[in-house]
Design a protein around this ligand. Sequence first.
Ligand SMILES: Nc1ncnc2c1ncn2[C@@H]1O[C@H](COP(=O)(O)OP(=O)(O)OP(=O)(O)O)[C@@H](O)[C@H]1O
Ligand SMILES: [Zn+2]
Ligand SMILES: [Zn+2]
Length: 806
Amino acid sequence: MYARVIVDVPTMQTNQPYTYQIPSLFSEVLVRGMRVVVPFGKGNRLVQGFVTEIVDEAEKTDKLKDIMQIVELEPVLNDELLQLAIWVANYNFAFRISVLQTMLPNVMRAKYSKVLRLVEPDGLDDLPEIKALFIDRDEVPFDTDNVDMALVPTLLKLQKQRVLEIGYVVKNRAKVKKINALKPIKSVEFYEKQRSQLRPSAVKQARLLSYLIQSPRLFVPVKEVIKSYQLDYASVKQAESKGWLIQKPLESYRIPKLSTPVNKTQPLTLNAEQQEAYTNIANNISQNDTKTFLLEGVTGSGKTEIYLQTIAKALTVGQTALMLVPEITLTPQMVRRVKSRFGDDVAVMHSGLSDGERYDEWRRVQRSEVHVVVGARSAVFAPLKSIGLIIIDEEHESSYKQDENPRYHARDVAQWRAKYHHATLVLGSATPSLESRARAQKGVYQLLTLNHRATNSTLPETNVVDMREAIKQGGDDVFSPQLLAAVKNRLAKKEQIVLMLNRRGYANFLVCRECGYTPRCVNCDVALTVHKDISRLVCHYCGYSETIPTKCKNCGSTRIRQFGTGTQKVAEQLQQQIPQARVLRMDVDTTRKKGSVDRLLTAFGNQEADILLGTQMIAKGLDFANVTLVGVLNADTTLSLPDFRASERTFQLLTQVSGRAGRGDKAGNVIMQTFNPDHYAIQLARQQDYEAFYHQEMTFRHAWRYTPYYFTVQIKFEHEKVDESAKAAYEVANWLQNIVNNETIMLGPATGTIPRIKNKYYYRLVIKYRHDDKLMQALESLMQKGQQLQKKGVTIMIDREPINFM
Ligand SMILES: Nc1ncnc2c1ncn2[C@@H]1O[C@H](COP(=O)(O)OP(=O)(O)OP(=O)(O)O)[C@@H](O)[C@H]1O
Ligand SMILES: [Zn+2]
Ligand SMILES: [Zn+2]
């Protein structure tokens, strides 16, 4: 018997599995989807791999190596996920190993450590320092704790002489958490007898015996027994030695907790629009039919309630449900809503959890102990079985696309899994992506619309403030007089306010007022960003930093000013202008700690603050009835992004954040400050008119031949030398030019939007196409060739339907 194994060798990527012999020891236990350790290459270093197939026959059997170890006794990937991995790799021009790794929790990704192995002990005779390393052992971890780096040159020489060998050891980092538990093993009569014979002073023993008498005959964590019966560990130990009970370590799950308890909620009575949408989706779930719905519902129209009730429907027909939400910001409130309906039947998967929690939640799903999964992008690979329903909330969000290898889009993966399971896919949004809305137009998806808010509230009234005028009339560039007046008005009424600083595409750098000089990164072609809290200028691409200068490096002038503004500065300014306002700040700096998003939002929900001031983070999902004013400080910064989706992004962001206002009984208002008051993205967001925006934007996309009329692929080239990077880009472009069909359009090669990052130079090529099989084949072979180019120092990245044009 032989196993085909996809190995994890970073420098030798290939989609070809290698064949290994299965030693008889493993022949009974080894199955597809297990992880194994195998020797690889000339040095037979040990690497990890996934068994993708078990076969009876193999070609050239004499040279085959044996599988060395099985990592765990159950397969970590089932047939569905193994098949899916192949598809994801092919579709996204990625390597299978990177997809297989992505499907598993972080801690299960193989980590390798280097070891020094002694091959020829006699070779060390004249080298006492090195000999000392190997006293009592043949293998030493090759790291700074164990090996003096001054010895490295000698060690490398010895490696050449084959006295030593440098090898890799696979580390298994996935640790199961164990807690001690105890269980009574004698009869109740026995314990009662013991209790009657105790000395009166033996109070702890007496309490322990009463526990043993009442307790269920089950293992219960020792800690809990000690706490509720006021014992100590010595008394438990003593009882164990007397044979009253047994102890054993039990596996325990680290289930992520929210900052406050979750209360159970009941399904709400749906309104007519919701009922119509619900019925369509629910019927489809019962029919076990693959189908995609686009649920287009204005902000606050009660999409979440529909999600919850359709999940319940899937559960009643014996199936499971997967719900994706964008990133951590949305998760605490959303998780709360889902848990309050389905309790412990929910597993949560997102990057805000610790590695241990993620691993445990994954195992609960893997073992079919939960039926509902809520999570961010990578949860789309959750090992749920019999999926009946997949929901993607805020389906237009760009965070559903992974911006590194494998560059998959969760929507595509969800589509594949829905097909595999004959499941229903629901894409929900107030502002669907143009791609999805266009598919609904064509009838590929079924469109369901919610045009009204679920509660009695109406959509907020929006005013656009022209900042050019506001500044002329003596306002500053952060707060217009209109916005300040509105904030004060709400404060007086004890209503709450959400203020958003649109950070994307927004620089916050130093400029010399004399000569215009701006401090730039030494490694990248970008301006350094001001970080007041640590008093440094920081590069957001490579992390380089320097102290904030007091004089211009170019002309020596002291008139250097900060251009742009950050949330911290806005908060300070707000505090000066309205001292009585209680302001909560929500941005990357205040949400770094685990659970801080949940705590901030809970505090705001309890009205412990009047103003929630934040970045894009606060635009989505928040549902606070007392918020009656939303202010957007700089509506148009996203418009300047070098990306054909700039208008779409701006429209979506403004519509989403506006939707936070007036969700309760009180009417809401939005104030948008902008330098481009007439731009259609801003005007249509003001009217909350998605359909008008869709039609307008589609005419542009058509004229400029962009998505959804054309597909796009971006190829990026990276090299330490600018010429080499350019050369690679032009070579590939010329080669492709002869392959692609005549409908296909190539843009570039051109330098990256940021030509240099971390001292690497970027070139890129954007290809727009409709149907081009030859192009697809060419890209496939380019990916395979990438390995050779890598040896020349060129890295090639192929990005299908890119989200970031850099
Ligand atoms: N049928 C209903 N009856 C009463 N209240 C409802 C009903 N459906 C939803 N709601 C309430 O309406 C509010 C808005 O609903 P929800 O947050 O689900 O909207 P949404 O469409 O997901 O919003 P957004 O896209 O803006 O995040 C919530 O407070 C919710 O409890
Ligand atoms: Zn200067
Ligand atoms: Zn940099």
